[in-house]
Design a binder for this molecule. Structure first.
Ligand SMILES: Nc1ncnc2c1ncn2[C@@H]1O[C@H](COP(=O)(O)OP(=O)(O)OP(=O)(O)O)[C@@H](O)[C@H]1O
Ligand SMILES: [Mg+2]
Length: 242
């Protein structure tokens, strides 16, 4: 892996906490600090209910922490108003969820074009990037298919193309292979791995699959809302390691 010690981390969380619920206040995350460098491929693991999805939502500025601070690509999010957060998400972060959340009434190409139009890109450029990305994920023969006309693995690959469409430096993926069979899991995981390597993309992916976690650069473990391990950070890794 390239050494990027001088560059600021793509993602930094400092002592964040989160309490969920209105009547029944439930503390879900406690004092979580972590950092993700440019082009890192990080697995986020932990038992069901340990707070992985909640954490990913906070890191992706889809929700606000109750305590602590988060920086995305060196931008501190706590002071930002909602429109600024929306812009930050559009530019800096691509999301891949367990359930793809593609727009059902639009075809694959349109699903990858629309977020670019929302970010202000001219239509012809958005179309070109969408078809390039869908080719990259092996779906150039399915551009006009709507989500219901695609397999689960194909839908997830469209979701990955959509996550990449505005060229973010960071992908946050919540169990991207959670609903897929072994073959599609391998295909989607290999695709994420390749994008990490070739595009210098930082990827944080939640998984219950320890084999996949073992193939990432490092694993951050959560248990009962606390980080129990952040793996070996790149700065502390021996220089000889790949
Ligand atoms: N709206 C809510 N109000 C109160 N508690 C909530 C709310 N949403 C989630 N929780 C609780 O927060 C905890 C963390 O949930 P979260 O979805 O982050 O877990 P997870 O690690 O992603 O689990 P899984 O592996 O099952 O997806 C759980 O114990 C859950 O019951
Ligand atoms: Mg979850």
């Amino acid at each position: 892996m390239s050494q990027t010690n001088s560059a600021p981390p793509v993602l930094r969380a400092e002592a964040i906490g989160k309490t969920l619920g209105k009547q029944l206040l439930t503390p879900v995350l406690y004092d979580v600090s972590l950092q993700v460098e440019k082009a890192e491929f990080v697995a986020l693991t932990g038992p069901s209910g340990s707070g992985k999805t909640t954490l990913l939502y906070l890191l992706g500025a889809l929700d606000r922490p109750s305590q602590g601070e988060i920086w995305v690509n060196n931008q501190r999010t706590s002071q930002m108003k909602d429109p600024e957060l929306t812009e930050l998400r559009q530019k800096e972060i691509g999301f891949v969820f367990q359930f793809h959340f593609l727009l059902p009434e639009f075809n694959a190409l349109e699903n990858v074009i629309i977020p670019q139009l929302l970010a202000g890109k001219p239509r012809h450029l958005a179309e070109k990037r969408a078809s390039d990305l869908l080719e990259r994920v092996g779906l150039s023969h399915r551009l006009k298919h709507r989500p219901v006309e695609l397999s689960g693995g194909e839908q997830q690959r469209v979701a990955i193309a959509r996550a990449l469409c505005n060229q973010p430096p960071l992908i946050l993926a919540d169990e991207p292979t959670g609903n897929l069979d072994t073959e599609n899991t391998e295909q989607v995981f290999s695709l994420l791995h390749e994008l990490n390597r070739t595009e210098d993309l930082a990827i944080v992916f939640v998984t219950h699959n320890l084999d996949l976690a073992a193939r990432s650069h490092r694993t951050i473990q959560l248990r009962d809302g606390r980080v129990t391990s952040t793996g070996v950070a790149p700065a502390d890794r021996p220089k000889t390691s790949a």
